[in-house]
Design a protein around this ligand. Structure first.
Ligand code: GTP
Ligand code: MG
Length: 341
């Protein structure tokens, strides 16, 4: 059985937080990451913060093997560094077709004003590497790097065997609905589609064994780069709260994220395109008085938070009728207020 985690907005919805919670409290045999190091997932475990470019957030469960699918891009040095930090050397699997970004590609991207200014790239070299892969240039893969040899294994085989035995797999998507190359707000999008079906393909499994598709939302929308943002908040005093309490500073880019009000129509679109079955809401603590520690059940939420959750029920009416299942009220893995029903 496979569960997939997808972003319902413009990325940074807290997919890392939800993935780590599901993994920590669940029994996934494998936690898979795809996509590139331009989208950092943040995991906070017992007060220790991990900003992860590549290692799946599911690493928090020592019984879960961590996997990079063929649709993943990384830099060898970043990967080695993160492996050490997270202590996953003995449970890491890397697909031979994972692309290794090199310095030349990073430099080319950073020097390209179209990438950097028009699109708002974070300049890791990922965009350049994907471009070269599409052009069938001579690029470097994980199978070409001796340092990674101990971890290289066909991921499609590992995952298909696991699902055939009834083991559970978690696929962690990156970015979000608004950033999808196919369905997002072109040209202010990333270099690939960022919805559930693509994440599966990038991992090397088909849709047959999918159980739940978790779609993640914050009560507001944040964007790192240029592009549409409905009802953007410009009041500096209000923005301060998002930047401090909401940590709305880019994990990879370190840029201050732009903030806008919740976009309902985009959210409905995301439910359909991802075939969401479960909704997870993060950052509910951005409404005053809803911090982890003070809230035990949904009944304890402030009127403002309750009103927002009520509004989110509208998403349950959109086919395939996902249920609001998880509500997160803090960055730590276990800051979570279970079921909204
Ligand atoms: P992308 O793949 O880049 O889209 O990342 P992401 O969706 O994993 O989000 P990211 O970790 O980049 O950003 C979310 C930030 O919010 C991190 O700093 C998290 O620690 C933090 N965070 C996650 N959930 C909550 C929450 O419920 N409340 C608060 N206050 N912070 C949260
Ligand atoms: Mg991020």
């Amino acid at each position: 059985m496979i569960d997939i985690i997808c972003g319902g907005q413009a990325g940074d919805e807290g997919k890392g937080k939800i993935a780590s919670y599901l993994s920590y409290t669940g029994d996934y045999a494998y936690s898979v990451r795809i996509g590139g190091p331009n989208a950092g997932h943040t995991v906070v475990l017992n007060g220790v913060k991990y900003a992860l470019k590549n290692i799946p957030s599911g690493f928090v469960n020592p019984k879960t093997k961590v996997v990079l699918g063929a649709g993943a891009y990384t830099k060898t040095e970043w990967l080695l560094e993160e492996m050490k930090k997270t202590g996953v050397e003995d449970r890491l699997i890397i697909d031979p077709n994972v692309v290794l970004i090199d310095e030349r590609q990073t430099k080319a991207e950073k020097e390209d004003p179209h990438f950097m200014q028009n699109i708002g790239s974070v300049g890791t070299g990922l965009g350049q590497a994907i471009k070269e892969r599409i052009e069938r240039r001579d690029i470097k893969f994980a199978k070409d790097e001796p340092l990674l040899a101990p971890y290289v294994k066909d991921v499609y085989e590992v995952l298909n065997k696991a699902t055939s035995k009834g083991e559970k797999v978690l696929i962690e998507g990156t970015q979000g609905m608004k950033l999808s190359l196919l369905h997002g707000e072109y040209p202010f999008v990333t270099t690939r589609d960022s919805t559930a079906s693509t994440f599966l393909g990038e991992a090397g499994v088909g849709p047959k064994y999918v159980n739940d598709v978790f779609l993640i939302f914050k009560p507001y929308v944040s964007r790192v780069g240029p592009g549409p943002l409905e009802n953007e908040i410009t009041d500096e005093k209000e923005l301060e709260r998002y930047r401090t309490k909401g940590h709305e500073v880019g994990t990879v880019s370190k840029r201050l994220r732009r903030i806008g009000r919740f976009e309902m129509e985009m959210a409905k679109r995301a439910v359909m395109i991802n075939s969401a079955t479960k909704i997870a809401i993060t950052h509910i603590d951005l409404f005053e008085g809803n911090d982890a520690g003070t809230i035990k059940t949904v009944n304890d939420f402030s009127p403002e938070a309750k009103a927002f959750l009520k509004k989110m029920k509208e998403l349950e009416t959109v086919y395939p009728n996902p249920k609001v299942a998880l509500i997160s009220n803090g960055p730590d893995v276990l800051d979570m207020v279970g079921n909204a029903d």
